[in-house]
Design a protein around this ligand. Sequence first.
Ligand code: MOS
Length: 724
Amino acid sequence: MSDGNFAATPRVDAHDKVTGAPIYGADRRFNGMLHAIFAVSTIVRGRLTEIDIKAALAVPGVRRVLTHRDTGKLKPDGFLLSGGHSSQGIQPLLDDVICHRGQPIAMILAETLEAATFAATLVTARYKQEPFASTIHSDGATVIAQAASPLPQQLFGDTIAGDARAALQRARTVVDATFTSPPQHQNPIELVATVAEWSGDMVTIHEGSQNTGAIKFGVARVLGLDPEQVIVVSPHAGGGFGQKNSMQMQTALVAWAAREVGAPVKMVVPRTQLFHDASFRPQSLHRIRLGADATGRMSGVLYDVDAQSSRHDLFPMDYANAAARLYGIANFRGYQRIVQTDVQTPGYMRAPFEHLASFALDSAVDEMAEKLGQDPVAFRKRHDADTDPVTGLPLSSRHLSACLARGADRFGWSRRTPRPGSMKLPDGTLIGMGVGCGCYKAATAPAVATLTLRRNGTAEIAVGVHEMGQGVRTALSNAVGERLGIEPARVTALIGDTRGGPQHTTAGSWGTATAIPAAVEAADRLMAELGNDPVATLAERGIDEHVTRIESRPPNQPDEMASRLHIGQPAPWGPIYGEYVSYSYAAHFVEVRIEPSTRRIRVPRVVSLMDCGTVVSPRTAESQVRGGVVWGISAALREASEVDPRYGGFLNTDIAEYLVPVNADIGTCDVDFINSPDPRLNNTGVKGLGEVVMTGVVAAVSNAVWHATGSRHRDLPIRLEHLL
Ligand code: MOS
């Protein structure tokens, strides 16, 4: 077990990154490469009855215009969560059915991007339109109880602990509140993009991805290839946040088109198309009924969620599990309903469920503390849990109370006066202080790790994980370097590359907890083979390099689940590991300032405390937390994908109109870690960080807004017009 004291080494790729050296998917250029652009549907739902590509074909530089009439031999692969590898169950361009606004209807291939882009505007189509539903409140939206759906119930059934109804009936104090979030889109800096290049009967796909394994198997299935004919390369992704965790709508089509035209093909999905051609955070509504007994202890929660899916897929949700785990509340019932609307299938967007579950539950908890006249921090600490509230199993580790205590200290919580509106600057600016907590499952995936040590004292670790900017290369170099006794900078990582071994999707905050323990296990094996000074052993024996390969899997994971790694299917495990349950925890303290006349909301400072087990790479971990806090502020105060129900789809499809914070919106963001190794989960004591960082932020912001103004805001985003 590591002592949890990794040094704050610089990012191993820092110099490369600031000098522009890393090659991202769309940076690949090949001789004779063609540029591809989609023409897209202008209706929401119906059939394509006619498509005219003549004008597009006549544009100088245009080589081909491909439509559903050309794709005869291709087969759809299917939705990632129902056995396929795609972001959704429909593969555009395979037939004439239109399922959402912006769905691709033709692919233009041209010698220049400009020619392709212009030609796409000249494609005309006729449609037979059908009525559609664009929001969860629209006529024609279909509501399905998730627990009565065909989804696997051991994963997606209702979350039940004790008898929440009875607890609510007996409760002395009840908070009954409904919270809403609009749809939102990730907008990573690196756009969704694919470059495909054939060499004989082998195709190489360059695509910024969190899941090169899914692309390998997905492209093979759509094109009818052996997966061994497909290589997928993603050394860096410029942000993923869940939007890149499966095969994209264009991926297989770009590979196919490259074979059709006999030239490498590149498609960069323009940002404005990304709003309809990639996954997003679905619209959702959360009703919390929270009861406390005569002693002032919270005793029961009824949590009802409606969340948006597409008409063609059941996107499974998991809001209730995180809500059930946040505090030691004995009785809990989660009831989740999928609402099918006419959009592309939504997907996972950073802390996809836990972020809003923590907003809803922890805002209600704040209201309960208010009703009972209790300090919000002390009230939360009184509801700590020492066993898992749902299963009754022990928790592998939980330090939420320590997060609250240390956070309150660093923040200066004792200076807060309890009455809302009681803290003001001389100019009338209202000050609000709020706290919010969250939790996120500590999941793990199986992995294959291959460690090569060379006589010159350098090493390469090849393992199934993707670098999306979170810093996993640095974490790998730190962990392997520490074990082998060599400088972290001398350890390189071959990751996000199907040539380096099976590549499981890097999502669900299991990346570090998967790759690091596997890499460390490989390092331990290598040390067992070569002794305590392995570089010296190589020199003594006159060997140039030594290769060690291990296959790791999560504790108590059955074979058939672990083996999904080898077919490009998700194989995560946890938070229930048989004998215990594992979660990471966060506590955020937020100060807001509300300008008296315009009601402009500012967030000058945030203090965040994390319990994520061992921190393997302190510098990149801190940066992860800041990113999550910024996004939480953004989700609380800015982001919404706007919908006009008359037209369907999304309206503000660029980052001028899709509001995100700018630097001036973010004040200080103070981060600290409990950094206590989780002794039961793995050899390094890592739990997981990428998503828990964002949970609880929105609750902290909205609780602070309440403290400043005395009014509760339950519909996101909270904008100044709501405070007037
Ligand atoms: Mo993440 S939203 O699980 O890629």
